[in-house]
Design a protein around this ligand. Structure first.
Ligand code: ADE
Length: 225
């Protein structure tokens, strides 16, 4: 998979993609992440990417021209399955969406800033708008890192144990059951006996029950879906 991220702050991605699972996925050539600095596509003398909002009001708006130039230039090289814009008024990111996008060939992700981006970009260049939650971030970069992480870890071959993504919270609309490791007893706190029984069938049943219990208690809405 190839992911192109369009941003005015490419440096913000050095941390999230340089560690752990994403780093391993890149090293294994299972994903390529390319950062494009939108500023490089501005035809203005000072490489401006934003301007005042028509009609007045506080806050700058990202201009269409550099973003159009960047998207057009990348789209000439390859077809994209989706051109995603991260925005708090987009469709809420779900595990189902992450599963879907993990099967993509090429994805483009646009990060917005300031007051927003010129509406003509959203109407004419973007194919999908996604929000990572009901809160407002100062830009799309952190949301893009979240989206990429949720997708890339699901690409076949990325996770060491192929089955481990299947037991994640939200797969099958269930939250994950509790997990324990050594020591068996810590300051009088013990691990549930059943996990030491060696009886895989019983353990799976217990895990499923715990997942149900946790979901009912914390996220009953998931069971209604
Ligand atoms: N940009 C700003 N806030 C955001 C959010 N909640 N989700 C996605 N992109 C955003």
């Amino acid at each position: 998979m190839r992911v192109d991220i369009l941003t005015i702050f490419p440096e913000m991605f050095t941390g999230p993609f340089d560690h752990s699972i994403i780093k391993r996925a890149i090293k294994k050539n299972l994903v390529e992440i390319h950062l494009s600095n939108i500023r490089d596509y501005s035809s203005k003398k000072h490489k401006n990417v934003d301007d005042y909002a028509f009609g007045g009001g506080a806050g700058m708006v990202m201009m269409i021209e550099p973003i159009d130039n960047c998207i057009t230039s990348l789209s000439k090289e390859r077809d994209y399955d989706e051109i995603i814009f991260l925005t708090p008024d987009g469709a809420q990111l779900t595990q189902k969406m992450a599963n879907h996008y993990s099967m993509s060939g090429n994805l483009m992700i646009l990060c917005g800033h300031y007051k927003g981006i010129d509406e003509r970009i959203r109407e004419n260049l973007i194919t999908k708008e996604i929000s990572i939650g009901n809160y407002v971030l100062s830009g799309g970069e952190i949301a893009a890192a979240v989206l990429c992480d949720s997708i890339i870890r699901l690409i076949p071959g990325v996770l060491g144990d192929e089955t481990s993504a299947l037991s994640d919270s939200y797969q099958d609309n269930l939250l994950a059951p509790p997990v324990y490791t050594r020591p068996y007893e810590y300051k009088g706190l013990k691990v549930p006996e059943i996990l030491l029984s060696g009886d895989e069938k019983k353990i799976n049943k217990w895990r499923h029950e715990k997942a149900m219990e946790r979901t009912l208690e914390r996220r009953p809405d998931l069971l209604e879906e």
